[in-house]
Design a protein around this ligand. Structure first.
Ligand SMILES: CC(C)(COP(=O)(O)OP(=O)(O)OC[C@H]1O[C@@H](n2cnc3c(N)ncnc32)[C@H](O)[C@@H]1OP(=O)(O)O)[C@@H](O)C(=O)NCCC(=O)NCCS
Length: 182
C-alpha cells in the first residue's frame, strides 16, 4: 500500500523519515539484505542467499506497493537507508485474513536510536487502517534486544518453535512466537 511519509526525531537529535519502500529503492534493498544479514545472526537468510536481481526486486517492491494488505516501510537518515520493516497478510482465506505478520531489521549503526520503536508504531497504525486485528511475529530465542523492543511495543509471547533454525555452525535455535491484538 502507499502511505504518507512521517518524520521522527531520533535519540541523537537527527531526523529520520519513515516512508514507503518503492521499486526505485531496489538496489539499496538488495545491498541492505546482504549487509544486515551479515551484521546479525538473527535474520532468516545468510548473505550468500540474497540472490535477487535488481529487476526481480523492483517487481516485488512494485507488487507490495500495489497490494492493499501489505506494507513495506523504510527509514532514511540523512538520505541513507537505515532499515526496513514490513507487514504482510496470511492471504485472503476468511479464517486467517484477520492476521498479519511483521518483520524488521536495521543496519547496526542505526540501532538504539528509537527507529525500531517508531517503525513498529507506524506499522501498527497502518495495520489497523488495513483492517487487521492481530500482528504476529517470530523471533530467535537468543535475540533479547528484539524481544525487549517487541515487549515495549505491547507484543506478548504465545509459544515456541522447537529447533526452528539450524545455523551454519551446527547449532540449533528455538524461535519465540509473539502477537499483539489490535
Ligand atoms: C531489533 C531492532 C529492530 C531494534 O531496533 P532499535 O531501533 O535498535 O530499537 P529502539 O532504539 O527503538 O529501542 C527499543 C527499546 O528497546 C530497548 N532496548 C534495546 N536493547 C535492549 C536490550 N538489549 N535489553 C533491554 N531493552 C533494550 C531500548 O532501550 C528501547 O526502549 P526505550 O525507547 O524506551 O529506551 C534492531 O536492533 C535490529 O535491527 N536488529 C537486527 C535485526 C533483528 O534482530 N531484527 C528482528 C528480527 S525478529
Amino acid at each position: 500500500m502507499r502511505f504518507p511519509e512521517k518524520e521522527i526525531l531520533l535519540k541523537d537529535g537527527r531526523r529520520c523519515i519513515l516512508r514507503p519502500t518503492g521499486p526505485e529503492y531496489a538496489l539499496e534493498m538488495i545491498q541492505y539484505m546482504k549487509e544486515t544479514s551479515a551484521e546479525t545472526p538473527y535474520l532468516l537468510r545468510y548473505p550468500d542467499e540474497v540472490s535477487y536481481t535488481e529487476e526481480k526486486e523492483q517487481e516485488l517492491l512494485k507488487f507490495v506497493q500495489d497490494e492493499p494488505g501489505s506494507v513495506m516501510m523504510m527509514a532514511l537518515v540523512d538520505g541513507r537507508v537505515a532499515g526496513n520493516c514490513s507487514v504482510s497478510g496470511y492471504g485472503p482465506k476468511r479464517k486467517v485474513r484477520h492476521r498479519c505478520s511483521v518483520a524488521i531489521a536495521l543496519y547496526r549503526e542505526f540501532w538504539n536510536l528509537g527507529i525500531g520503536k517508531a517503525m513498529l508504531g507506524y506499522l501498527e497504525e497502518l495495520a489497523r487502517e488495513i483492517g487487521y486485528e492481530q500482528m504476529d511475529l517470530e523471533v530467535v530465542a537468543d535475540n533479547t534486544r528484539a524481544q525487549a523492543l517487541y515487549r515495549k511495543c505491547g507484543f506478548v509471547e504465545s509459544g515456541r518453535h522447537h529447533r526452528a533454525l539450524l545455523f551454519d555452525d551446527g547449532t540449533y535455535h528455538d524461535e519465540i512466537l509473539m502477537y499483539k491484538e489490535l
